[in-house]
Design a protein around this ligand. Structure first.
Ligand SMILES: CC(C)(COP(=O)(O)OP(=O)(O)OC[C@H]1O[C@@H](n2cnc3c(N)ncnc32)[C@H](O)[C@@H]1OP(=O)(O)O)[C@@H](O)C(=O)NCCC(=O)NCCS
Length: 169
């Protein structure tokens, strides 16, 4: 396990007695993760999709745990110096506590350490919370895919981190 992806820390917004732990997703996490996917997304990733991704070394998935409860997960698919962030989810009860930001910081730090130079992702054009989170991490819109999403049909904004960002997070 990479030390950078096995970080335990205390967030100002989480109760002082309970640290948040961020660690790589494991096979045994998949049923919980897939259950959250089904609750939150109209087109969820299946357990099998996560399972196959975990077997590929060009994917990295992290999970965030608070007092033993799965609070969120995120991951990327890497292709040479580009990493596409494929999933970012925090469960309802843990939102607005800095967990999404912290997970992405750890994910991106790990990617930079592996040689990733730029991160990209797609987000529904109406998803203001996610867009605000990504913007706060340095992502900027560089494109749009009209009608990319189904259920409901919606445009995807294509966001990127700046070129030659380096390990600055
Ligand atoms: C988007 C999501 C991952 C954010 O996770 P989170 O843990 O609540 O986010 P954080 O607490 O780390 O917020 C970081 C910043 O993002 C922005 N943000 C997050 N939620 C927001 C909201 N509801 N409204 C406005 N800004 C928001 C803020 O700038 C926030 O900083 P602040 O709290 O200091 O103001 C979460 O809302 C989620 O899982 N949504 C459903 C799934 C989803 O849409 N995923 C993204 C798919 S592309």
């Amino acid at each position: 396990m990479d030390a950078q992806t096995d970080s335990t820390f205390r967030s100002e917004k989480t109760p002082a007695s309970d640290a948040l732990m961020i660690r790589p997703m494991r096979r045994e996490d998949i049923p919980l993760v897939a259950g959250i996917e089904r609750q939150i997304y109209s087109l969820p990733w299946s357990g099998r999709a996560f399972s196959e991704a975990l077997q590929r070394d060009y994917y990295l998935f992290l999970t965030a745990w608070h007092a033993g409860v799965l609070a969120g997960y995120c991951g990327f698919q890497r292709s040479f110096e580009i990493a596409d962030i494929t999933n970012v989810t925090v469960t309802d009860r843990y939102r607005r506590r800095g967990i999404g930001r912290r997970m992405l910081e750890v994910l991106m730090q790990t990617g930079f350490a592996q040689g990733v130079e730029r991160f990209t992702l797609e987000v529904r054009s109406s998803n203001a919370p996610a867009i605000a989170l990504y913007t706060s991490l340095g992502f900027r819109q560089e494109g749009i895919r009209r009608g990319y999403y189904e259920s409901p049909k919606e445009d995807a904004l294509i966001l990127w981190t700046p070129e030659k960002r380096g390990n600055q997070i």
